[in-house]
Design a protein around this ligand. Sequence first.
Ligand SMILES: C[S@@+](CC[C@H](N)C(=O)[O-])C[C@H]1O[C@@H](n2cnc3c(N)ncnc32)[C@H](O)[C@@H]1O
Length: 217
Amino acid sequence: MATAAASNADYFDRHAGLYDDRASAQKLARRIGDEIMDEYHFDDETTTLLDFACGTGLLSRVLAPECKRIVGIDISEEMVAQFNARVHAQGIPEEEMHAIHADLTTNTDAFHDEKFDVAVCLMGWHHIASPEDMTRILSSQLNTEGWLFVADVKTLDGQTLEKHRDIVRHTEGFTEERMREMFEAAGLVNFSWWVVTKAKMDGVNVQIFLAKGQKEK
Ligand SMILES: C[S@@+](CC[C@H](N)C(=O)[O-])C[C@H]1O[C@@H](n2cnc3c(N)ncnc32)[C@H](O)[C@@H]1O
């Protein structure tokens, strides 16, 4: 069986060109972006943001007006190409916003020692092999007192996200308890978790949570 990373890279490489046409993905990025902006005091002159599993940049583009610098990272080369093409088309300098193609679990210096004020991940958590490991990695990329925000699928009652089992490694979604445990194990404090909105994924009604935690002093 292919690794989670390889299956995802292959799938999203093939779907990158059409990803932004999905009205539901755009709507969700706007909704979660608004929620994150309500939770964190962004400053467009100072705030630096890491967008993990950034895809084509739907969430980054919602948050961009509030940030000084955004670096996206994704396992799919084509999603990253779409992200950077849109940034380039808008005339935004690369040092203000760009995405890199890398596997953070194996490339430990993807950001060349840069740390960030905020790290976000929208709908990436259910794709990755070990969310626990990734929480630790993203926590290590945060400045002291920086925040990690993760939005994904809340545990499903009796249903699972079966349709894309090859790329969805957590077909049952996530409980608040599991999210809290992984955040705390990664040195993130002031944890909170709540349901933000509903969505439909491949015919399954899901609830989308937002979890947040702060890097310890
Ligand atoms: C459902 S899309 C979400 C994209 C974007 N965050 C958004 O909400 O529009 C999932 C993304 O996760 C990326 N991904 C999957 N596994 C990954 C991994 N191990 N490391 C980085 N990105 C990954 C995929 O390539 C894809 O771009």
